[in-house]
Design a binder for this molecule. Structure first.
Ligand code: ATP
Ligand code: MG
Length: 423
C-alpha cells in the first residue's frame, strides 16, 4: 500500500465539524469591525523576504528563526507572511493610500511562523488584524482597544481576559534606556543564558521577553523604560488611560510590557487570558509611527493590533461556548422510485422562494427510519416527506422534528408554511 501523506507539522485542517465555530467567530469579528466603519484589505500571503527583515527587525525571534523563506524559480527571496502589518504598510504605500489621507483597515488570514508547535502555538495560524494610518492621538489607540473589548463581549469571554498597556516611548528614549540596560546586564552577565547574552548586544530590550526563570529574577531591578519616558509619550499614555476609563475598560499599566516586533513606539498593549496556560496572549498591538517612513513611504503615524483566532477558538471550547446554529433547517426524505426527481425539484423551488432556508436532499436511499435519523444528525428541525401517495397527489408531509407533529400541504403551498416557521 502507498504511504499516507500527512499535513505539515503545526499546520492543521479545519474540518466540517469545526468550521461553524470558526465561521461564527469570523462573523462576529466582521460585523463588529463593520460597525466602526473600517475597510477590509486583502493582501498577498507571500511577500519579499526583505520587507519583513526591514519592518520587523533583523534581531527579532520572528526574523531570526521563525520565517518560512524560500527562493522561487526566478531566484527571488520570498517569505510566507509571519504577520500582517508589514504587508499592509507595503500595500498602503504602493497604492498611495496614505497620501494626505487617513485609513482604517482590517484583514483576516493565515500567518506562518516556524515555531515549536504546541497548544495555542502553530506554524500556520490565523490573525484578525487592524491597522490605522494617519491618526496620532490616544483616542484612536483607545478605539482599537474598545473594538477588541467589544469582540470579547460579543463572544462572551470578556470576564476571562485582562488588558495590559504600556508606553515604550520614542526611538531616542529607547536608545538612552538601552545604554543603561546594557550596562546593568553586563554587571549581571553571569545570570544570563546564551540567548540573552546574544540579545544583550543585539536587542537588550528583548531580554525582558525571556521565558528563563533565572534570568527573570534579575529583571525586577533592571532600569525601567518608564524612568526615561519623554513628556510627549507620558502625556499620550495618560490620555489613553483617560479614554479607557471613560469607556469602562479595566487595564493595568505594566511597565515591563514590551512587544516582540521592533517597530512599535509609544502605546503597546496586550490582552491576556489565564484560561489557556502559557499561550495566554490573545491579542497584541500598539503604535508604529516610524514604520511607514522606514519602508520608504512619507512619514505617517500608525497604530494597530492583531489577535490570534486559534487561541480564541481554544478559549471558546474551554469555556464551553461552542453553541452554533446547525447548518441544515429542512431535510427532504423520499420513499419510492419517482420521488427523487420531485424531491430535487421541490428543493430548487424552495431555495428560490425562501433563499435563507438551508435545505438538504437525502441521496443514499434506505428506510424511512434511517432517513429521519440522518435528518436529526445534520441538525434539521423539519423533515419534508415525499412518498408514493404524496407524489400522486402533489402534496408533501411536513414533520416537525422537535415535537413530532405532522401536517400535509400541497407542494406549491408548502413554502408559505415554511416561511412562517423560519420567521
Ligand atoms: P507570543 O508571545 O505568544 O509568541 P507574539 O508576541 O509572537 O505572541 P504577535 O506577533 O503579537 O504574537 O501576534 C498577535 C497574536 O497572534 C498573538 O497574541 C497570538 O494570539 C497570535 N499568535 C502569534 N503567534 C502564534 C502562533 N504561532 N500560533 C497561534 N497563534 C499565534
Ligand atoms: Mg511569538
Amino acid at each position: 500500500m502507498e504511504k499516507i501523506i500527512q499535513a505539515v507539522r503545526g499546520m492543521s485542517d479545519c474540518l466540517p465539524e469545526e468550521c461553524p465555530l470558526w465561521r461564527k467567530v469570523e462573523d462576529v469579528i466582521k460585523n463588529i469591525i463593520g460597525t466602526y466603519g473600517y475597510s477590509e484589505v486583502r493582501i498577498p500571503i507571500v511577500e519579499r523576504t526583505h520587507l519583513f527583515r526591514r519592518a520587523i527587525g533583523e534581531v527579532t525571534d520572528v526574523v531570526e528563526k521563525e520565517m518560512y523563506s524560500f527562493r522561487d524559480l526566478n531566484s527571488e527571496n520570498l517569505t510566507l507572511r509571519p504577520e500582517g502589518t508589514a504587508g499592509c504598510v507595503r500595500a498602503a504605500i504602493e497604492n498611495s493610500l496614505l497620501y494626505n489621507q487617513e485609513q482604517r483597515l482590517w484583514y483576516i488570514g493565515p500567518m506562518f511562523r516556524y515555531e515549536r508547535p504546541q497548544k495555542g502555538r502553530y506554524r500556520q495560524f490565523h490573525q484578525f488584524g487592524v491597522e490605522v494610518f494617519g491618526l496620532n492621538g490616544p483616542n484612536i489607540d483607545a478605539e482599537l482597544i474598545m473594538i477588541s473589548a467589544h469582540i470579547w463581549r460579543e463572544l462572551g469571554i470578556d470576564k476571562h481576559v485582562r488588558l495590559e498597556v504600556n508606553s515604550i516611548g520614542s526611538l531616542e528614549v529607547r536608545k538612552k534606556h538601552r545604554i543603561a540596560l546594557v550596562s546593568y546586564f553586563k554587571r549581571h552577565v553571569d545570570m544570563l543564558d546564551e540567548d540573552c547574552k546574544r540579545r544583550l548586544h543585539t536587542n537588550p530590550l528583548r531580554i525582558f521577553d525571556t521565558k528563563n526563570t533565572d534570568v527573570q529574577k534579575i529583571l525586577g531591578d533592571a532600569p525601567c523604560l518608564s524612568e526615561y519616558l519623554d513628556e510627549g509619550s507620558k502625556q499620550h499614555l495618560i490620555g489613553l488611560c483617560k479614554f479607557l476609563d471613560a469607556a469602562g475598560i479595566a487595564y493595568t499599566v505594566n511597565e515591563r510590557l514590551v512587544r516582540g516586533l521592533n517597530y512599535y513606539n509609544r502605546t503597546v498593549f496586550e490582552w491576556i487570558t489565564d484560561t489557556l496556560g502559557s499561550q495566554g496572549t490573545l491579542c497584541g498591538g500598539g503604535r508604529y509611527d516610524n514604520l511607514v517612513e522606514q519602508l520608504g513611504g512619507k512619514s505617517t503615524c500608525a497604530v494597530g493590533f492583531a489577535m490570534g483566532l486559534e487561541r480564541l477558538i481554544l478559549m471558546l471550547k474551554k469555556l464551553e461556548l461552542t453553541q452554533v446554529c446547525p447548518s441544515v433547517d429542512v431535510y427532504i426524505v423520499t420513499i419510492g422510485e419517482d420521488s427523487m426527481v420531485v424531491s430535487m425539484q421541490l428543493a430548487v423551488q424552495l431555495r428560490k422562494e425562501l433563499p435563507a432556508l438551508r435545505i438538504m436532499n437525502h441521496f443514499s436511499g434506505g428506510s424511512f427510519k434511517k432517513q429521519l435519523k440522518r435528518a436529526d444528525k445534520v441538525g434539521a428541525t423539519i423533515a419534508l416527506i415525499l412518498g408514493e401517495e404524496e407524489i400522486k397527489k402533489e402534496t408533501v408531509v411536513v414533520k416537525d422534528l422537535i415535537n413530532g407533529a405532522q401536517n400535509i400541504y400541497s407542494q406549491s403551498e408548502v413554502a408559505k408554511y415554511l416561511a412562517k416557521l423560519s420567521r
